[in-house]
Design a protein around this ligand. Structure first.
Ligand code: ADP
Length: 215
């Protein structure tokens, strides 16, 4: 039976993949696996992985495919992934997509959601993006500000800006996205598993559309 959902979020940096993946994770009670978050934690912990990837991330490039494969393999082996999972930030190029296919359970249903947002919009969004280093909640000081200055609504921790959210690095991340990740849209379209969602609307509107797709 093709019943275990594996949901992949595609979209430019700042398109809202992480936000929507978090919504869907709660809704479906399946884990969200965000490679960006995993790598940022490794950097914060100053682990060997963190030290290896820090400079690459700061420059807006991609971490090598083998490192990413090991990271994902280890994560999806965990028992909480048995009933399905959501991928945010993986795969990010054709090689990773091929490697993912090899490791996915055979009895799964693949759903790929491409969140479409213009380049101009993503640059604006990222300029205002702040996150809570403690609980991971994401805010935007222009569009979705925290109630109290730059502190997390949930736990009061001062919000931080991601090290790779400066304008020049954002431009580099967008160019990496266009070169490496955009080809995945065709790849999954050909497989008949791709759904495009307009990501320009408010978060809850986008979330409703994704829920429709899932049903
Ligand atoms: P974005 O908001 O740009 O989509 P992410 O939080 O997903 O950012 O990822 C941040 C950085 O982590 C990327 O710019 C890249 O350096 C690294 N990274 C995350 N996922 C991958 C991956 N699947 N392959 C290679 N590098 C990755």
């Amino acid at each position: 039976m093709n019943s275990i959902p594996v949901i992949i979020f595609l979209g430019a940096p700042g398109a809202g993949k992480g936000t929507q993946a978090a919504y869907l994770s709660k809704l479906k009670s399946i884990p969200k696996i965000s490679t960006g978050d995993m790598l940022r934690s490794a950097v914060q912990e100053d682990s060997p992985l963190g030290r290896k990837v820090q400079e690459i991330m700061k420059g807006g490039g991609l971490v090598d495919d083998q490192t990413m494969l090991n990271l994902i393999l280890e994560r999806i082996k965990k028992p909480d992934c048995k009933g399905g999972f959501i991928l945010d930030g993986y795969p990010r190029n054709l090689k990773q997509a091929a490697q993912l296919e090899e490791m996915l359970p055979k009895d799964m249903r693949l759903i790929v959601i491409n969140i479409q947002v213009s380049e101009e919009e993503v640059v604006k969004r990222i300029a205002g993006r702040r996150s809570c280093p403690k609980c991971g909640s994401v805010y935007n000081i222009y569009f979705h500000p925290p109630k109290d200055d730059e502190k997390c609504d949930l736990d009061g921790t001062p919000l931080v800006r991601r090290a790779d959210d400066s304008e020049d690095v954002v431009r580099k991340r967008i160019s990496t996205y266009k070169k490496e990740t955009l080809p995945l849209i065709d790849f999954y379209k050909k497989k008949g598993v791709l759904t495009a969602i307009n990501g320009i609307h408010q978060e809850n509107v986008v979330a409703d559309k994704i829920e429709e797709v899932m049903n």
